[in-house]
Design a protein around this ligand. Structure first.
Ligand code: TRP
Length: 344
């Protein structure tokens, strides 16, 4: 149960969400998930796997549910506590509040969202038949509902989400103003210094799934595959200015740091500075470090998957528990906006 322990009464509320698309790679892990895991010590955290959001881009209905469970298993394996996890479609109040928020969002403001512009372009260029759904346009407003429904104080997200956070605050303010009550908390972005992991195949670009298989390393991949991807990582990106570290080498050092291998990092960096670094040694060290991180997670995941049924039950139960807060907020919102309440 999510009962607050006594000394935790005043803990701030943290919320973040992630879309159930494909694999979890080391860019996702070091750039976001590891931070989510650590935040659980200091704050009341809820983390959502947002399947309603995953419908906004062309997708395969047969894969969605599997991807959702797969991501839940991965999040648990990397250290997210089950009682902090929910699945968005098990809490229909998100979409209900999303509708209400549609009516508190100026159309002109919604049209300024740059992620919508980027993603619509992606659909056009990706051959998705020019298909751009109203859902894709509405996405940031559903995101505002995800955040505000739990009265989140802090939202740990990357810089690319700052505009959506701004919109969430704007919606909260408009709502509060219109109903004449400081009802919603204005959520703040929680920035944490996180490693920026680059693609092994093109270290000038962020590690990502959209660029293709060579561009990301799956956290749960076979040991041999991880080693191979590091071995073939690009180290020489052509014209690096004199005295500057090439993006590929920088990325390998960054990965060592991310894995907390500071001794190896410092020794190899000395070699680099004195001009004695052998790339094979650096790659060996990075391969070892990633394989070590991955091994722990794979072991935990194997255990989780062998208890699939029980784990799914647990996550449905935690979603039901987290839903209570969402129901309370929605009840208040309906009262404040002149709608009818069925329950309570
Ligand atoms: N838009 C976020 C992303 O693309 C995912 C997301 C949906 C989210 N709802 C959220 C993030 C609420 C933080 C809070 O990464």
């Amino acid at each position: 149960q999510r009962l607050k322990k006594e000394n935790m009464e005043n803990r701030k509320q943290v919320l973040s969400c992630i879309q159930p698309t494909g694999h979890m790679h080391f860019g996702n892990y070091f750039g976001a998930i590891k931070n989510w895991v650590d935040l659980q010590e200091k704050y009341d955290c809820v983390y959502g796997v947002v399947d309603y959001h995953a419908m906004t881009m062309p997708y395969d209905p047969k894969k969605l549910r599997n991807n959702t469970w797969e991501l839940i298993f991965n999040l648990l394996a990397t250290g997210i506590q089950p009682e902090n996890l929910f699945i968005q479609s098990l809490i229909p109040e998100h979409s209900e509040l999303g509708w209400i928020f549609n009516c508190f969002t100026p159309y002109g403001l919604a049209t300024r969202m740059t992620q919508f512009k980027d993603k619509s372009l992606q659909n056009k260029e990706g051959g998705a038949d020019n298909y751009i759904s109203v859902g894709l346009f509405d996405y940031p407003i559903l995101q505002a509902a995800d955040i505000l429904i739990y009265k989140a104080d802090y939202v740990p997200v990357g810089k690319d989400q700052e505009q959506h956070l701004e919109l969430s605050r704007n919606i909260a303010q408009r709502f509060n103003h219109q109903v004449g009550k400081e009802y919603f908390v204005l959520p703040e972005t929680l920035y944490t210094e996180v490693p920026k992991v680059m693609s092994p195949a093109d270290p000038t670009k962020k590690m990502s799934k959209s660029a293709g298989e060579k561009h990301y390393i799956n956290v749960f991949a076979e040991e041999a595959r991880i080693r191979k991807q590091i071995k073939s990582a690009v180290t020489d990106a052509g014209e690096t200015p004199e005295g500057e570290i090439s993006p590929g080498i920088a990325n390998l050092f960054e990965l060592l740091k991310a894995c907390a291998k500071m001794d190896a990092h410092d020794t190899l960096m000395e070699d680099y500075v004195s001009g004695n670094l052998k790339y094979v040694d650096l790659k060996q060290a990075v391969g070892d470090a990633l394989v070590e991180v991955s091994a722990v997670f794979k072991e935990r995941k194997a255990e989780i998957v062998s208890n699939k049924k029980e784990i799914k039950y647990k996550i449905k139960a935690s979603s039901a528990e987290i839903r209570k807060q969402a129901q309370q907020t929605l009840k208040d919102v309906k009262d404040l906006t002149g709608l009818m309440n069925v329950r309570f």
